[in-house]
Ligand binder design. Structure first.
Ligand code: TXA
Ligand code: MG
Length: 318
């Protein structure tokens, strides 16, 4: 595994090297606007299998296929006018569509984990886009972390979580959004949000009409990745805390006092989303605490997605 920066003038060389690795079935971690992705050529079954192995991901949990352009979707999936409208409005960006797989779809069946649907997303990051264009193949890319743990928002997080299991990590600095994309299921008549993210239900509903939110029946995870316990830090996590108990680190928000770290001292939810995973990791790594307690986060806008991730991080570990 090599960690390569892209802030220098040699960025183009890293993209070319990454593209070469991907074409030969290797794995490349790359930055997106949401979190770092662990990329493999979606059309090579072996590469996709390597992704599952590297993450320790259960094989029933399908992967998102990343594209450089809206046009690439036509080969992969059966899209309708709702997709056209929403992709025009929000791509490139943090919105993933689950669509029916097209007959003859060139992506490995493994990305769909046995479902007859496929998830597609066009990331809004210059490195991700340059890599996709250089490879000229759709890239399967889950978050570049060990399955069930906190997603990476820095290249260093990828290195510590996956290390030698990835052939190259391209460092693009911190991820702007910091939470994984909104996942929207368009396989049914009713559009359904399977995972909340930065693009919220109201924005989607304004363009295509009413949007449902997947019910939390753990027996029926419609998005197989939405396991109840997920995004878990190492330390136990307590929600809606106003003060830290003995041994606890308070992860504050707004005017929290005595916070070990504050997600956003000014109470800005977008800033809090961008800081969430990195601050959870920092508290895990500090070795000074035996537990974390997180201040209440308003459930509006991207705060809905923050609360979703926190709830899963606090759930009993299975
Ligand atoms: O922001 C993101 O989406 C990041 C970056 C790297 O693009 N990727 C990401 O991938 O978060 P991952 O694998 O960690 O999460 C993908 C989610 C999972 O909850 C998975 O179950 C769901 O999308 N998903 C993928 N394909 C699906 C499908 N065909 N049907 C239903 N859910 C699907
Ligand atoms: Mg993930």
């Amino acid at each position: 595994m090599t960690l390569r920066g892209v802030s220098s003038s040699s960025a183009a060389a890293y993209i070319a090297e990454g593209a070469r690795i991907l074409r030969t079935g290797g794995l490349v971690a790359f930055p997106t606007e949401t979190v770092y992705g662990l990329g493999g050529d979606a059309t090579q079954g072996k590469a996709v299998a390597r992704i599952f192995a590297a993450k320790g991901r259960p094989s029933f949990n399908p992967l998102i296929v990343h594209v450089a352009d809206v046009d690439w979707v036509a080969d992969l999936a059966k899209a309708d006018t709702r997709f056209d409208i929403l992709a025009r409005a929000f791509w490139p960006g943090p919105l993933t569509f689950v669509l029916p797989r097209r007959d003859g779809c060139p992506a490995s069946e493994l990305v769909s984990a046995g479902l007859d649907s496929i998830a597609v997303r066009m990331p809004d990051h210059p490195v991700a886009q340059a890599l996709l264009r250089a490879v000229q193949r759709p890239l399967a890319a889950p978050s570049a972390n060990a399955s069930g743990t906190v997603s990476p928002t820095l290249a260093a997080h990828v290195a510590s979580s996956l290390g030698d299991k990835v052939d190259l990590i391209i460092d693009g600095g911190p991820c702007r959004v910091g939470l994984e994309s909104t996942v929207l299921d368009l396989t049914q008549g009713k559009a359904t949000i399977l995972r909340p993210g930065a693009i919220i239900a109201e924005q989607i509903a304004a363009l295509i009409g009413p949007v449902a939110t997947a019910t939390e029946d753990p027996a029926l995870p419609k998005s197989p990745g939405q396991l109840v316990s997920h995004y878990a830090p190492v330390l136990p996590l307590r929600l809606n805390a106003t003060t830290a108990g003995p041994g606890e680190a308070l992860l504050g928000f707004g005017s929290s006092s005595n916070a070990a770290l504050n997600l956003s001292p000014t109470g800005d939810l977008v800033e809090a989303a961008a800081n969430l995973f990195a601050m959870m990791r920092a508290l895990d790594d500090s070795m000074r605490f035996s537990a974390m307690a997180v201040a209440p986060i308003p459930a509006t806008g991207i705060g809905i997605a923050i609360n979703d991730r926190l709830k899963r991080a606090a759930a009993p570990r299975v």
